[in-house]
Write a protein that binds this ligand. Structure first.
Ligand SMILES: Cc1cc2nc3c(=O)[nH]c(=O)nc-3n(C[C@H](O)[C@H](O)[C@H](O)COP(=O)(O)O)c2cc1C
Length: 368
């Protein structure tokens, strides 16, 4: 056995109440292979099953999945709120389980990263405050500048909390092993946390306690349907992806993680640095403070390679290592890591939308 194969990252481990076969996590990855009804397709089942074969990911986190008709910001992304959607996901969760894998559902509301064309009645998308993002939404006609949002009323906030709880319940019925609440990458819950996008004067804005009121209420509502050991939260404390920023991320996210710790969640999933760009940013951030505050597991993501992941594990800076683009291009990523084999290169074609090309046609090691 090589020293790589012996590394604890390749050994079974417990994440919350889930037994995983290794410590490699496949990141949530929007691939836009659904349809206008937000159903999971046979092709999606094939894609996820490919990435959960024998030596696949310990855990797959599904692509971001819309919690209600108002959650969409990208055409052809799936949903998890109607009976038909819930049934459609069963073929995905079954296919993953047949291969011995585990899959969590990432619950998503895009908030202001959307366009009026995507809203059920052509209304303005929802957000914390009526501040337009310098970002793009994907409509059926292609990319469009995100629309100016409407400031959510307290009634809309309470209704959205209910929508999350309902989606969490649907995810359970669909056979997922757990859920991840998406509080990162500039989407709705992040818009409430970030000072750039939240200028509210009521109890949902201002202090960090107030800015977290809605995200924490969402997480607590999801816990009505799931054990805490099956729930994780994704955060991106300093990422500027989708035009968000926060004045004092260290203070805000330490406060957030303290609260999450009290809920005994399975994990925090931290995008360290700028999503998909770099781990180190001009904004200094001490991630070990977050890890130390949290008694559950710490998943680290963003621009990792195997060497870096091993080093961070050895230094006790991560418990689980999460890879995004490498899992898109390498269905057998963990096997390649184990054998120190070369990786397939990512193709831009087919990243978002399309059919098999750039989705299920990446070669496995033995077929190369
Ligand atoms: C095609 C693509 C789709 C993505 N979709 C999501 C998503 O649905 N939810 C999410 O939280 N992050 C999403 N991300 C961000 C990834 O989960 C991950 O944070 C990012 O790719 C950095 O990890 P990596 O360097 O291992 O690729 C996406 C990234 C890519 C490239």
């Amino acid at each position: 056995m090589s020293s790589t194969e012996n590394h604890p990252l390749f050994q079974p481990a417990k994440l919350g109440s889930c037994e995983l076969r290794n410590r490699f996590i496949m990141a949530p990855l929007t691939r836009s292979r659904s349809d206008e009804k937000g159903l999971a397709s046979d092709l999606m089942a094939k894609y996820y099953a490919q990435r959960s074969h024998d030596s696949g990911a310990g855990l797959i986190i599904s692509e971001a999945t819309n919690i209600s008709p108002l959650a969409y910001g990208y055409a052809l992304t799936p949903g998890i709120y109607s009976e038909e959607q819930t049934q459609s996901w069963k073929k995905v969760t079954d296919a993953v389980h047949e291969k011995g894998g585990k899959i969590f559902c990432q619950l998503w509301h895009c908030g202001r990263i959307s366009h009026k064309d995507l809203m059920p009645n052509g209304e303005k998308p929802l957000s914390a405050s009526p501040i337009q993002a310098d970002a793009e939404a994907f409509t059926q006609e292609g990319k469009k500048q995100a629309s100016e949002p409407q400031e959510m009323s307290q009634t809309q906030i309470l209704a959205t909390i209910k929508d999350y709880a309902h989606a969490a319940k649907c995810a359970k019925e669909a056979g997922f092993d757990g859920i991840e609440v998406h509080c990162a990458n500039g989407y709705l819950l992040h818009q409430f946390i970030a000072t750039q996008s939240n200028r509210r004067q009521d109890e949902y804005g201002g202090t960090i306690e107030n800015r977290l009121r809605f995200p924490l209420a969402v997480i607590e509502a999801c816990l009505e349907h799931w054990d805490a050991g099956q729930v994780g939260v994704r955060i991106a404390p300093v990422s500027h992806f989708n035009d968000v920023s926060t004045e004092d991320p260290q203070r805000d996210y330490e406060y957030f993680v303290d609260k999450l710790d009290k809920l005994s969640l399975a994990y925090i999933h931290v995008i360290e640095g700028n999503t998909g760009e770099e781990r180190r940013t001009k904004i200094e951030f001490d991630y070990t403070q977050l890890k130390d505050k949290f008694s559950g597991q710490y998943i680290s993501n963003n621009c990792l390679d195997l060497k870096k992941a091993k080093q961070l594990f050895n230094d006790k800076k991560l418990d689980f290592a999460c890879f995004g683009r490498d899992f898109i291009a390498n269905p057998d990523l963990v096997k390649r890591f184990k054998e120190e084999a070369s990786l397939n290169e990512l193709k831009e074609d087919g990243l978002y939308g399309g059919g098999e090309e750039g989705y299920t046609d990446y070669p496995f090691l033995e077929n190369k």
